[in-house]
Design a protein around this ligand. Structure first.
Ligand code: URA
Length: 208
């Protein structure tokens, strides 16, 4: 796995706002989506292009467009939903494959309870979205699902990654790229990223 820390003044600025202790649900949602758009811009950097002919206002033109089947965005429920609008802002025609995985708070192991993948995954690039790469359990489970469905082009977009999670994914999947807005210090005993964001799902959905 390759990890790409996406460094940009806008991301650094927005990440600092996102970490404020008194942030509102509305602000957290908006910033998560804005940072996700910036990550998406970077993640699309190597998408293949093809040339095509079209009629321009002044006559025939040769243009470029992204080739191949529409890519699929894969939000991991529930927190991944908090990044979806930001990704779709830049790729409005993307197909959405939803994966439901939660973390057993005692064992910290991933438990899968829902999956609805788009067809033809062997011909699509997948962008998995999940704000926190912590123990990496849900990300690894999702990569496994996509690979079993034939997907060979996988990137993950996260807001914050812990070194422990990065290490686990890189050992398991040399062919996957993770783009992250921040790499933080470590995981605490509860599996939270320090300094991290706290519980990203609760902050996105306003459930705390
Ligand atoms: N999930 C979260 O929401 N926050 C963390 O720090 C780790 C996992």
């Amino acid at each position: 796995m390759t990890v790409q820390l996406v460094e940009h003044p806008l991301i650094a600025h927005k990440m600092s706002l996102l970490r404020h202790s008194d942030i509102s649900t509305r602000e957290f949602r908006q910033l998560s989506n804005e940072i996700s758009s910036l990550l998406t811009y970077q993640a699309c950097q190597d998408l293949p292009l093809e040339t095509f002919e079209y009629q321009g206002w002044n006559g025939p033109m040769t243009g470029q467009r992204i080739s191949g089947k529409k890519l699929t965005v894969v939000p991991i429920l529930r927190a991944g939903i908090g990044m979806l609008d930001g990704v779709l802002e830049l790729i409005p025609s993307a197909k959405i494959s939803v994966v439901g995985i939660y973390r057993n708070e005692e064992t910290l192991e991933p438990v899968s309870y829902f999956e609805k993948l788009v067809p033809d995954l062997a011909m699509r690039t997948a962008f998995i979205i999940d704000p926190m790469l912590a123990t990496a359990g849900s990300l690894i489970a999702t990569i496994d699902l996509l690979k079993q469905a034939g997907c060979t082009s996988i990137k993950a977009l996260v807001l914050v990654a812990a070194p422990e999670g990065i290490k686990k994914v890189s050992q398991a999947y040399p062919d996957v790229t993770v783009l992250t807005a921040a790499i933080d210090s470590h995981l605490n005993e509860q599996g939270y990223i320090i300094p991290g964001l706290g519980d990203a799902g609760d902050k996105i959905f306003g459930t705390k």
